[in-house]
Design a protein around this ligand. Structure first.
Ligand code: ADP
Ligand code: MG
Length: 593
């Protein structure tokens, strides 16, 4: 038999192909690159990380650290698969103390992107650099750089179009990358993080900040102040961290974090344990908010279950679970469980210069006033007395001073109640604000002064072909309204500009609403109707909502702005904005007459 005909059909795949296959497991999206690079920097003892992202990380992820760096011999191997400085024997797997150990990440990343390492150790006179361009590793060259390492990954999946096509829009990819970074920043108290996107600051975590300070910086004062600490120990098991009152629970797990020996992880056993700790306190469909660190001997947990190491296997689950549950349940029980009743009925006496707690979320502000960024709690005088928060059926008891004309009470964070000379008035804050914004928009339109905010990177939205078709005919009208759209593909529309009054994130919703309105009518609406519809939607988007707590200054500004309008008795949709009770109404109600 000749050598040719006996050639094996089974072949060992070339290294480059193997790396690309491995990349399928390790590198799913820009967020995975962020994770791997940051973990390497942390393993190298970095105290400060600078993470720069472009286009959600798809165009660039650059992580610069001040860790121990690599010499030229290390650089020759850094992109080679199964090359690692962290593990020599399989035995070592039993006590892994570093975040990485498989020696796979850089090889995988380099095979599906244009990667470059620039690194300098303290003992070297200058830095060294090496590139891996889609699996082709270049020579190690001399370079200039400060101590530490910069790892740059550009154009992820540029050579794997099939994978590239799976990347979502910039905002989605950015969101995932930031989720990873937030988790790392909370897991590594003691390390500083600076994160930028398209050169703009996203967040800064200073090295000295403790866990609570980090939570406050990332998620706001309201949550940070409500957290209750957990600390428990049993043998070599240690649990520490913070749990939030049940009312902070959310539909997603972005604020539920577990750290195991400093490694952020999403583990089903731990997640179940937390849910169990909140049982009875929490709506079961909602996810509790907690930041928890678990320390246990590396030998009692197997982290080598999954390539991304986000899942682990505990050797002694039966001991772990009850220990965690007891400690967590006790902490949850110590949180302030009061339903937001206390927030629903808040008196607003007019104290000159009184501060108000920072507003949560990013609701629209009522203009013409500055809400001071208060980062401390409200002064005692402004907070409802604690015993009133749970049950407060009796209105007068809440008022710290006798009501006088002009004092405004916000009820259920939705209605504003104020005394008038001849009775009282109840205002629906959303309806009234909507009317104010609506009039302002119309005035700006009439005067041709609608300011348009143009986007460098247009937001893309997917629509049905038929919807795109309908929309096309109305592009010029919409443009007059400051909504600048362009067709991007048969089912894609790009938002190039929006009225500056409108929050950018409101764009896609607004366009969808317009499309829905256009699709609904049997005949297409004329420009006048369309205009009205759009202005309605915009006014609605810009308005404070029922449920938004308003600062006293905002309430004043709102009422003052409404007082200047010709029509302020209904919202643009025709709902009333005010209900009035005159003195004679009251007299009749109390049988005084
Ligand atoms: P692993 O982290 O599993 O060892 P990687 O492919 O992520 O594998 O990295 C390979 C090796 O490159 C690491 O073991 C480490 O020695 C070195 N390395 C990677 N990034 C850095 C960095 N930022 N600073 C110092 N050394 C690094
Ligand atoms: Mg690594």
């Amino acid at each position: 038999m000749s050598a040719v005909s006996s050639a094996a059909t089974i072949r060992v795949l070339p290294e480059r192909v193997r790396n690309q296959i491995a990349a399928g497991e390790v590198v799913e999206r820009p967020a995975s690159v962020v994770k791997e690079l940051c973990e390497n920097a942390l393993d190298a003892g970095a105290r400060e990380l600078v993470v720069e992202l472009e286009e959600g990380g798809a165009a660039l992820v650059r992580v610069t650290d001040d860790g121990r760096g690599m010499g030229p011999e290390d650089l020759r191997l850094a992109f080679v698969s199964h090359a690692t400085s962290k593990l020599a024997e399989v035995d070592d797997l039993a006590h892994i103390g570093t975040l990485g150990f498989r020696g796979e990440a850089l090889a995988s990343i380099g095979s599906v992107a244009r990667a470059r390492i620039l690194s300098r150790r303290a003992e070297d006179e200058h830095a060294w650099a090496v590139e891996d361009l889609g699996g082709t590793i270049g020579p190690v060259t001399a370079a200039g750089a400060p101590l530490g390492t910069t790892l740059e990954v550009r154009d992820l999946f540029y050579n794997v179009p099939a994978r590239r096509a799976f990347l979502r829009r910039t905002s989605t990819e950015l969101g995932r990358a930031l989720d990873v970074l937030q988790r790392l920043a909370l897991a590594h108290v003691g390390t500083g993080f600076v994160v930028t996107h398209d050169r703009g600051r996203v967040f800064d975590i200073e090295r000295e900040m403790d866990l609570a300070a980090r939570v406050r910086r990332l998620f706001g004062a309201e949550l940070a102040e409500a957290l209750v600490p957990v600390a428990a120990e049993q043998g070599e098991l240690r649990l520490s961290g913070l749990v939030a009152p049940p009312r902070f629970s959310r539909s997603d797990t972005t604020r539920q974090m577990w750290f195991l020996n400093g490694r952020p992880l999403k583990d089903r056993v731990l997640a179940r344990c937390l849910l169990e700790a909140y049982r009875g306190f929490n709506d079961e469909k909602r996810q509790p908010v907690a930041f928890l660190s678990l320390a246990l001997p590396p030998a009692s947990v197997d982290v080598n279950v999954h390539p991304t190491k986000s899942e682990v296997r505990f050797r002694d689950e039966r001991r772990l679970f009850p220990f965690l549950l007891t400690a967590l349940r006790a902490a949850v029980a110590r949180t302030d469980m009061a339903t937001p009743g206390g927030r629903l009925l808040v008196p607003f006496p007019r104290h000159p210069g009184a501060a108000w707690p920072a507003q949560s979320g990013e609701r629209p502000r009522i203009e013409e006033l500055e809400v001071r960024e208060a980062d401390g709690p409200a002064p005692e005088a402004l907070r409802p007395a604690p015993e009133l928060s749970a049950s407060a059926p009796c209105l007068p008891a809440l008022a710290p001073e006798p009501a006088h004309a002009g004092a405004v009470l916000q009820v259920a964070a939705t209605y504003l109640v104020r005394a008038l000379a001849d009775g009282l008035e109840i205002v629906d804050q959303h309806a009234l604000h909507e009317r104010v914004i609506y009039e302002r928009l119309k005035a700006a339109l009439r005067a041709g002064k609608l300011e348009v905010q143009r986007e460098l990177v247009p937001e893309l939205i997917e629509l049905a072909r038929s919807e795109v078709h309908v929309l096309t005919e109305h592009l010029p009208t919409l443009e007059k309204l400051g909504i600048e759209l362009a067709l991007f593909g048969p089912t894609t529309v790009a938002i190039h500009g929006l009225p500056a009054l409108l929050a950018r994130r409101a764009g896609p919703r607004l366009v969808r609403e317009i499309v829905a309105a256009l699709a609904e009518g049997e005949k297409l609406p004329g420009p006048e109707e369309l205009l009205d519809h759009v202005v309605h939607s915009m006014a609605c988007r810009r308005s404070v909502m029922a449920g938004d707590l308003l600062a006293p200054e905002e309430i004043e500004a709102l009422l003052a702005a409404a007082a200047r309008l010709d029509h302020d008795q209904t919202c643009p949709h025709g709902r009333p904005t005010r209900v009035r009770l005159t003195l004679s109404d009251l007299e009749r109600a109390f049988h005084r007459r």
